[in-house]
Ligand binder design. Structure first.
Ligand code: SF4
Ligand code: SF4
Length: 86
């Protein structure tokens, strides 16, 4: 499957509204970095992620997406990132 980068501007609005305290802003950056060919750097960054704060913890509530000015499908992008780094 072909994955496209997300048009994230790094505003951080998503991260302010995640009830689990995840940081989708940074995770969207890592997703884009992965698609830019930085696979190993992204895997290393996620391996160092705080316990319970990785993209696999996202349960798709959509709260972050509601606030995203770019209307990014954060939930599905989280899932794609999880699969990419497997
Ligand atoms: S969809 Fe995921 S990242 Fe977004 S607010 Fe919900 S749990 Fe957090
Ligand atoms: S709210 Fe949208 S544009 Fe802003 S950091 Fe999050 S994903 Fe990127």
């Amino acid at each position: 499957m072909y994955n496209e980068k997300v048009d994230c501007i790094g505003c951080g609005a998503c991260s302010e509204h995640c009830g689990l305290g995840l940081d989708p802003c940074n995770l969207m950056k890592l997703y884009n970095d992965f698609l830019d060919g930085k696979e190993e750097e992204v895997k290393a960054a996620l391996a160092e992620y705080p316990e319970g704060k990785g993209p696999d913890r996202c349960f798709g509530c959509g709260a972050c997406q509601f606030w995203c000015p770019q209307k990014i499908d954060i939930w599905h992008t989280m899932g794609t990132l999880v699969n990419l780094v497997k």
